[in-house]
Ligand binder design. Sequence first.
Ligand code: ATP
Length: 299
Amino acid sequence: MIQLYIPLNFLGVLYREIKQSLTDLDKMFALMEREREVADKPGALALALGPGDATVRFEHVTFAYEPARVILHDVSLEIPAGKTVAVVGPSGSGKSTLARLLYRFYDVQQGRISIAGQDIREVTQASVRRAIGIVPQDTVLFNDTVEYNIAYGRPGASRAEVEEAARAARIHSFIESTPRGYQTMVGERGLKLSGGEKQRVAIARTLLKDPPILIFDEATSALDSANERAIQAELKSAAQNKTTLLIAHRLSTVIDAHEILVMDAGRIIERGTHQQLLARGGRYAQMWQLQQQSGEDAA
Ligand code: ATP
């Protein structure tokens, strides 16, 4: 029995290792696939950004992943430099697609997207990505130390800078409480972090990168309310003076936004501040009421 068990156990380990490598490869190919979607124009220059310049504009943007199915229809929006614009709407309405287009995973088919007045198709992709920090819905961590995962935001950052970012993202004490501290291995093959903890690592990484533009894709999974409030506070301080596109699943996060866009089936169907949208008595007001009644968020 023992003789049989050992090889089987070994096979189990081997299987997990292979499966893991395939998952990593999957991710790599998915990423490469996206990389292939866009290419720099010959001789493209870097995005030129001065202080307070980072206004983001979508002008009559129409986009389809596949020609037969248009996902965004004539979307126009402006995020003035340093302000937060929030996008809400049902699942599949195109919110994350806005983020992917701004990060230039894909090019738009009609219309244009500009940063500081420069069409993002005319400048280098690398310079666009340097200007943007993303806190995704579901952060994938590298199979490496916590320190590496945070420092990735700014290669060459000192340990003190990493800790400062971790403090601001309220993950420092948690890291310190683990036996190996900043040297703790995380990711699929290391310490498993909760959704909220992973998102804080992503916030710390982004704080360290300190980009003028921020894309925050709020996690759909319900966090407990204490965690949610903590994340919202972190988000608020991270977004201070940054041009922020906030994709929100909970209306409580968007109340202070400069403008809220309500999307449905790839179109902006309502826009305004929280107060304006409530006064309008339309879809946003309905969503808000529903949320108040149910006591939970229904964004
Ligand atoms: P959620 O709130 O669930 O995150 P969302 O509003 O962010 O949804 P998107 O992720 O922007 O929605 O997706 C909009 C539509 O585009 C969906 O119908 C989705 O199926 C489709 N879509 C997304 N990514 C791709 C892709 N790579 N190829 C083809 N279709 C896609």
